[in-house]
Write a protein that binds this ligand. Structure first.
Ligand SMILES: [Zn+2]
Length: 166
C-alpha cells in the first residue's frame, strides 16, 4: 500500500470531494459509497481523525451535504498527507459514507505512531527557559506571577500537562 508523501515533499492527496448534487462528472457521488454495514467503531475512529485535521484553506461559500442538503462546512482540513473538506465527518457519521480502505489503514497507522512514539523532553526544557517575556512586559507586574506558577507546576505530580517528565 502506498503512503502519500508528506505535504512538503509531494502533493496532498485529496479525498471526500464530491460531484455537485444531481451532476455526473469525474468526482464521485457519496450515495454510491453509503455502507450502513461499515463497522461502527471503525467509523467513529475515522470520523474522530477527520475532525482533528488542521485547517488547510477555506472556500468562499458553505458546502451543502449532497445527501440531506444541510449546510456542511466551508474549510478544508489536512493531516499533511491527505486533504479533505471539513464536512466529510458528517458523511461518515450521519450517512455511513465509506472511505477507501487505504485511508482507513493510514488513519490507524498515524494514530498508532503518535501514541507509541518516544518523547524527547529535552528540547522543551531547554527552550522554555530561554523563551522569556520581553523585559517591559515582565516589569508591568505579570511576569513575576507567571514565574511563580511555572515553578509550582514543575513539581506537581499527576497533572496531565506536566509532571510526566522524570
Ligand atoms: Zn447530510
Amino acid at each position: 500500500m502506498s503512503e502519500p508523501l508528506a505535504g512538503d515533499a509531494g502533493p496532498l492527496r485529496s479525498l471526500g470531494f464530491w460531484a455537485p448534487k444531481g451532476e455526473r462528472g469525474p468526482l464521485p457521488n457519496p450515495a454510491d459509497l453509503v455502507d450502513p454495514g461499515w463497522d461502527e467503531s471503525e467509523r467513529g475512529f475515522v470520523a474522530a481523525y477527520l475532525e482533528r485535521g488542521q485547517i488547510a484553506g477555506h472556500w468562499m461559500g458553505s458546502s451543502r451535504c449532497r445527501l440531506c442538503g444541510r449546510v456542511n462546512g466551508w474549510r478544508d482540513y489536512s493531516d499533511g498527507h491527505y486533504i479533505w473538506p471539513e464536512g466529510l465527518t458528517h458523511y461518515v457519521v450521519d450517512h455511513a459514507v465509506r472511505l477507501p480502505a487505504e485511508f482507513v489503514a493510514h488513519v490507524g497507522r498515524r494514530t498508532e505512531h503518535l501514541e507509541e512514539s518516544e518523547r524527547d523532553h529535552v528540547w522543551w526544557l531547554e527552550n522554555a527557559h530561554r523563551t522569556r517575556a520581553p523585559e517591559e512586559r515582565t516589569e508591568s507586574g505579570t511576569g513575576g506571577a507567571a514565574e511563580t506558577a511555572a515553578g509550582a507546576g514543575a513539581g506537581a505530580g499527576s497533572d496531565p500537562d506536566g509532571a510526566t517528565i522524570r
